[in-house]
Design a protein around this ligand. Structure first.
Ligand code: NDP
Ligand code: OXD
Length: 308
C-alpha cells in the first residue's frame, strides 16, 4: 500500500512529513528515491508519469489540482480511480480571484489602468448599482457555487448555468443547451468555471459572445482550450465585449508577442486563481486515503465518461 508522490523533492518531503504524522503505517516514496512500481497503490501527481503500465497495482490517482482534463486526455488506466483536489484553501483562492475580477470589471478597472498609463484623469463610466449588474457563472460545481456565495454580499443579480438542473438560493439557475441562450442573454459579466471536456472545449466562441448583451465582460478561470482567442479579440475590438480578465490560456505560458499581453481591455494572470498549497493538499489526500482504506466513498472522484 505504498503512496508515490510524483512532485518536486521539496514539496514531496513536506507532504510526506504530514502523511507520516496522520497515516504512520503508509509507506511514502518520493521522485528521487528507488521505488518498487508494483507496490504503488496511490499516486499523487499533476500529470500521468511515463510508463504507467509499471504501476500494476495502482488504485487511486490524486490530482494536485481541481482540474483533471490532462489525465482524461492521457487516458487513466482501467480500474484506477481519479480524484480531483477539493480543498477549502483552493476554494477560498478562487472566491478571492473571481470577486477581484468581477469587482474590477464592474468598476471599469481595465479602463482606469489604461488611463493611468496615459496620465489621463478621467471617469470611464458611471457603473450601475450592483443590483443592476447581472453576473452569470458557467459551472455550478464546488468552485462555481463558492464563487456565487462570495459575490452575493455585493448585491449583484446572480445567475448560473450547469449541465443538470440546480437550485441555489438567490441564484437564477439555467441548465443544458436549452438554457444557455436565456442565461447568456441576461449576463453582463460572464464567469467561466467549467471543466475542460469534449463538450466545453471552444465554448467561449464568437457565437457565444454574440449571444451576450452588448458591452458584456468576461472572466475566464476554467481552461485555456475553452476560449477562442481570435474570437475574443474580435469581440473586444468591435466593442461587443468591453473587457476580459483571463487566468488561463492555450498554450500556457502564453507566447511572447500574443495580443493579450498588451491589449488595453485584457487583464491577464498566469493561471494563479488557485495555487495548490502542500499544507492544504496533505489533509485532503490523507482523508481520502483513509476513506479508501475503510471502503468509504472518496471526495472528488471523477466520472471518466463525463470527463469531470
Ligand atoms: P466541479 O466538477 O465541481 O463542477 C463542474 C461544473 O461544471 C458542474 O456544475 C457541471 O454541471 C458543470 N459542467 C460540466 N460540463 C458542463 C457542460 N457541458 N455544460 C454545462 N455545465 C457543465 O468542478 P470545480 O467547480 O471544482 O472546478 C471547475 C473547473 O475550474 C476545473 O475543472 C478547472 O478546469 C477550473 N479550475 C481553474 C483553476 C485556476 O487556477 N484557474 C483552479 C481550479 C479549477 P453539473 O452540476 O450538472 O454536473
Ligand atoms: C487547477 C488548479 O485545476 O490549480 O487549475 O487546481
Amino acid at each position: 500500500m505504498t503512496c508515490f508522490l510524483n512532485i518536486d523533492a521539496e514539496r514531496g518531503r513536506l507532504l510526506r512529513t504530514y502523511l507520516h504524522q496522520v497515516l504512520p503505517d503508509l509507506p511514502v516514496v518520493l521522485q528521487d528515491e528507488v521505488l518498487d512500481p508494483g507496490a504503488i497503490r496511490y499516486l499523487v501527481t499533476w500529470t500521468l508519469p511515463e510508463d504507467m503500465n509499471r504501476f500494476r497495482r495502482l488504485e487511486v490517482i490524486f490530482s494536485l489540482g481541481a482540474g483533471v482534463d490532462q489525465f482524461i486526455a492521457a487516458g487513466v488506466p482501467e480500474g484506477v480511480q481519479l480524484v480531483r483536489l477539493i480543498d477549502p484553501g483552493l476554494t477560498a483562492m478562487m472566491q478571492e480571484y473571481v470577486a477581484m475580477a468581477v469587482l474590477g470589471l464592474h468598476r471599469d478597472l481595465p479602463g482606469y489602468l489604461s488611463n493611468q498609463r496615459a496620465e489621463v484623469w478621467q471617469r470611464v463610466s458611471v457603473p450601475p448599482p450592483a443590483q443592476e449588474r447581472r453576473v452569470g457563472v458557467m459551472g455550478l460545481g464546488v468552485l462555481g457555487q463558492a464563487v456565487l456565495q462570495a459575490l452575493a454580499p455585493f448585491g449583484f443579480a446572480l445567475s448560473g448555468w450547469a449541465r443538470s438542473p440546480r437550485r441555489i438560493d438567490g441564484v437564477r439557475c439555467f441548465h443544458g443547451a436549452e438554457g444557455l441562450q436565456e442565461f447568456l442573454a441576461q449576463t453582463d459579466i460572464l464567469v467561466c468555471l467549467l471543466p475542460l471536456t469534449t463538450e466545453t472545449e471552444g465554448i467561449l466562441s464568437g457565437d457565444l459572445f454574440a449571444r451576450l448583451p452588448d458591452q458584456a465582460a468576461l472572466v475566464h478561470v476554467g481552461r485555456g482550450r475553452q476560449l477562442d482567442h481570435p474570437a475574443l479579440l474580435k469581440a473586444l475590438e468591435s466593442g461587443r465585449l468591453r473587457a476580459a480578465v483571463l487566468d488561463v490560456t492555450e498554450p500556457e505560458p502564453l507566447p511572447k508577442g500574443h495580443a493579450f499581453w498588451s491589449h488595453p481591455k485584457v487583464l491577464l494572470t498566469p493561471h494563479i486563481a488557485c495555487i495548490t498549497r502542500i499544507e492544504a493538499l496533505g489533509p485532503a489526500v490523507a482523508a481520502n486515503i483513509t476513506r479508501h482504506q475503510e471502503g468509504a466513498q472518496m471526495e472528488g472522484v471523477v466520472e471518466p465518461q463525463r470527463g469531470y
